[in-house]
Design a protein around this ligand. Structure first.
Ligand code: ADP
Ligand code: MG
Length: 294
């Protein structure tokens, strides 16, 4: 490819809302055969809502909201923002959390009024404190996850005390973008730290059947590397701090312009409007640019 054609391609990208780090990026775009998509904030809006609070055992709804709201107030996670906003809309005062700790990709913990408290992934809470859900709550958990929702377990004093159900919405263009990626011959893969059931449900909604879920932030990069080792040329689309290493590892890193600076810095392309269809435009642009100049 001539430098001039690549420069023209880069300029055309900017008009399409695609910021390209260097002209050579268009060359790697053309080689890609697999597109790994982060779920939250990439395929979905990432603007989560607290939709249900379910106390367990003898705890009350207010206790569950109060502890979870206080704990999540110290976290920046979209799940945390949904829970804190939900708690604040119902309770006027949230208690102070001492010894706050954030376990990346799993949950949060601390001490409230002298009691050890935690909130996070159900499997993470179960591992620490055991999971004794009555059958009704078990059914609610399964149904929520099967509907693509994220369930957060809350506990204190060494026992699980309730579940919080958080929902996200698909971006309106995600389904179309996935269909177009497939029409271009690319294999989409959904990659997320969220649970399998929810990930599969979201995958089904957008038309992705290859789903890699319950992946810890530090393992996203390993998933990409393994795909590369099996001969795939991987584009990764993401928005979060926890996507940065995987974006840097991939053959083509694509950041959502609406995402974190860390993700943008780690990437070769930025989709300014956070619309996945621009990733499709980028592939088309690279193919056109490179075919006219060979
Ligand atoms: P994603 O890949 O969707 O960006 P993360 O790796 O950030 O997800 O988180 C994975 C899972 O860990 C979440 O789906 C949630 O179950 C749990 N989790 C992470 N942070 C928190 C938090 N602050 N509160 C509750 N749960 C959390
Ligand atoms: Mg994300």
């Amino acid at each position: 490819a001539t430098p001039t054609a690549l420069m023209v391609g880069t300029g055309r990208g900017a008009q399409l809302g695609i910021l390209i780090k260097g002209p050579e990026v268009l060359e790697s775009t053309r080689q890609v055969d697999t597109v790994v998509l982060d779920k939250t904030g990439t395929v979905t809006s990432g603007q989560m809502q607290l939709v249900e609070v379910r106390p367990a055992g003898t705890s009350t709804r207010d206790e569950v909201l109060r502890i979870a709201g206080a704990l999540e107030d110290a976290s920046e996670h979209p799940i945390a923002r949904a829970i804190t906003a939900g708690a604040r809309s119902e309770l006027s005062i949230l208690p102070t959390v001492e010894q706050f700790a954030n376990t990346q990709g799993l949950g949060v913990s601390g001490v409230v009024d002298g009691h050890a408290v935690a909130a996070g992934r159900v499997s993470w809470m179960a591992k620490q404190w055991g999971l004794h859900l009555d059958p009704e709550l078990g059914t609610i958990l399964e149904a929520a996850e099967s509907a693509g929702r994220t369930v957060v377990a809350v506990g204190w004093d060494g026992a699980l005390r309730g579940l919080l159900i958080v929902s996200d919405t698909l971006k309106p263009t995600s389904r179309q973008a996935v269909a177009e990626l497939k029409a271009l011959g690319l294999r989409p893969v959904l990659l997320t730290g969220d649970n399998y059931r929810a990930a599969r449900a979201i995958g089904a909604e957008v038309g992705i059947d290859e789903v890699v879920a319950e992946v810890l932030p530090e393992d996203k990069v390993r998933v990409v590397r393994e795909m590369q080792e099996s001969g795939r040329v991987v584009a990764m689309v993401g928005d979060g701090v926890n996507d940065a290493a995987a974006l840097a590892q991939s053959d083509l890193g694509i950041a959502m312009g609406t995402g974190t600076d860390v993700a943008i810095e780690a990437s070769d392309l930025t989709l300014v409007r956070g619309d996945l269809r621009a990733a499709v435009d980028a592939v088309r642009l690279s193919r056109r640019t490179l075919s006219t100049i060979k």
